[in-house]
Design a protein around this ligand. Sequence first.
Ligand SMILES: [Zn+2]
Length: 470
Amino acid sequence: MTSPIDDFVQQNQTRFFDELLEFLRIPSISTLPEHRQDVARAAQFVADGLTRAGLENVEVVPTDKHPLVYADWLGAPGKPTVLCYGHYDVQPPDPLELWKTPPFEPNIRDGNVYARGACDDKGQMYMHIKAVEALRHVHGGKLPVNVRFLIEGEEEVGGDSISRYVPLHKQKLKADVALVSDTELFADGVPTLCIGLRGLIYLEIEARGPARDLHSGVYGGAAPNAVYGLIELLAKAKDADGHIRIPGVTDDVVPPDAAELESWRRLPFSEEEFLRDQVGSSALTGEPEQSVLERVWARPTFEVHGIAGGFASAGAKTVIPAQATAKVSLRLVPGQDFEEVGRALERAVRTAAPEWAEVRVNLLHGGNPVQVDVTAPAFEVLDQAFESVVGRKAVPVRAGGSIPIIPELGLTGAPVILTGIGLPDDGLHSPNEKLDLSQLWSGIEIFGRFFEMFARSGAGSATPRPVRSA
Ligand SMILES: [Zn+2]
């Protein structure tokens, strides 16, 4: 189905495409100091692109590390405001030898453009910018909706600058919805909306036994072993079926409702393929009464990441370790609070520790789970946009991990749409990252229509009308 936005995109395809390739040629690898100038160049490229698209107040905001880019267009009084987020930095491309063509020399094969950042996130962020440019053209130099852009260059290195910026500029970033496209579709042709992220608490547990490492021949049989004591302690955290048995940790877990569970059952997901292609072990583990998607999205976890203590080098040394440390974490789901979970874990460790052991629990970092309130009008509008371009509404999914920007953007008071136009095989963070060009063009169309439909939806305006003096 063609539309005025589509027509404009068609007419400008060559230019849009050339600009994207130019963007992809900039090796804006945020983690490598030798690319600092490239990162700065990418920020300027984004700023120029925003200016070209007709945005105003375009600013490259210096930070301690890599610049933020801000821009807005607020010429639609009484209409809602969309805050578009994206990032222009990319992951390092190594291992280079696995790339079929160089990562910063975009190559077109089989309807895809291959380059680092093609999907994550340059390509997807570019869709927002080009949607605005097309829309402005279609609407005679104006936009039907107010928009703000906040684009960062530190997403791949923790996003410190944006997390400092957002709380200080809540008013400047005020919007009715925040739009993030930085993930992939659940499956090709299935528009996807992420509505929940697990939280995390990361801890270090230390056990001390004897005053010093002891000879296992002289003392073995009578002296406590710190590594073994720690293992016994850790083994109590879960039963054989993977149920967490730490008192007080799972009491308040809120399970997904029936409708959400039903929607997961309809997703094109194969446990067999997940086991074979992604996990690569002989069997899956975890709570048998829960589906795999429930286990990775909606159930808390307890993992041991590593244990240190005693002797583990080459050869043999007969020692009874005096001290042992384990790094552990729990992924958290709605109903859980990371500070409460931390306290419960510490209590459990003290209660369950062998009487000879001196134990210590250190909290390294934590964050609460996030649930997106999808009752805001923007979500219905996004579904309409997907339906009009792709022919179906978005399926709601969750992410088992955390995506830092979601709680950050939530601070602006706007509900956060976390979607993605990438395909599951786009290879984000991997060699031969790509963007399917049909996804590029349909993405511009989807977001263009979303802006247009949101303007018409009558959703509340976060932008105050200009005050008229009497
Ligand atoms: Zn990304």
